[in-house]
Ligand binder design. Structure first.
Ligand SMILES: [Ca+2]
Length: 180
C-alpha cells in the first residue's frame, strides 16, 4: 500500500502545476473603452495596459504586483474587467481625454486613489488593504486573513480533481498487481 501512497502524491504533485501553467503563456489583455467626463473616449489596448501596469505598481508599497497585474484588473478569462478593474476605469472616467493625453500617469494615479477606499469585491476589505496585502481586490474569495473554510472553498475544485486522478492511478496499480 506504500507504493499506492507514493503514486497518489506524485499524481497530485505532477498534475496540479501543469493544469495551472496551462493558462499562463502570453496574455492578450482585453481592449477597454474609457468614456471620459467631457464626452470623449479612448481605447485601452494591450499596449496601453502594459504601460499602465508599472505606474500602478509604483503606487503600491506593500506588495509587488508586477507579475500579477492581469489578476488585478481582469476576469479569469482575460475577456473583461473584474469589479476592481471596473472601478479603476470609473476612476479614469472622472478625467478628460486632454488630461489623459497630457499626463496619463497622473490620471492613472488619481484613478487608483479613487479606488482605494472602495471595496470593489464586497468582501469587507478595502481595495487599499487588499493591494498592499497581495490579495485580489476584484475577487471576494481572495482577501487578507483567509480562514481554512474559505481556503477550502476556493481550492476544493483542484483538490477534488487531484484526488480523482490519483484514484485512477491507484486503481490501475491495484488491478495490475492482482494479475501477478
Ligand atoms: Ca475587497
Amino acid at each position: 500500500m506504500k507504493r499506492a501512497f507514493i503514486v497518489i502524491l506524485l499524481a497530485v504533485a505532477l498534475i496540479a502545476p501543469v493544469a495551472t501553467a496551462a493558462d499562463e503563456g502570453k496574455p492578450e489583455y482585453p481592449t477597454i473603452t474609457v468614456y471620459f467626463s467631457d464626452g470623449t473616449s479612448t481605447n485601452i489596448t494591450k499596449k496601453q495596459w502594459v504601460e499602465i501596469f508599472p505606474v500602478v505598481q509604483g503606487r503600491i508599497s506593500g506588495y509587488d504586483w508586477s507579475g500579477r497585474m492581469k489578476e488585478l484588473f481582469f476576469d479569469k478569462s482575460l475577456k473583461g474587467l473584474n469589479p476592481f478593474g471596473l472601478d479603476f476605469i470609473r476612476g479614469l472616467e472622472e478625467h478628460t481625454l486632454s488630461e489623459w493625453d497630457n499626463n496619463y500617469a497622473r490620471v492613472i494615479i488619481e484613478a487608483l486613489n479613487y479606488t482605494y477606499n472602495l471595496d470593489s469585491d464586497g468582501d469587507g476589505y478595502s481595495n487599499y488593504e487588499e493591494l498592499n496585502a497581495g490579495t485580489l481586490p476584484g475577487d471576494a474569495n481572495s482577501h487578507p486573513g483567509m480562514t481554512q473554510e474559505e481556503f477550502w472553498g476556493e481550492y476544493q475544485g483542484w483538490i477534488i480533481i487531484g484526488v480523482l486522478i490519483a484514484s485512477v492511478f491507484v486503481l490501475y496499480f491495484v488491478f495490475n498487481r492482482e494479475k501477478d
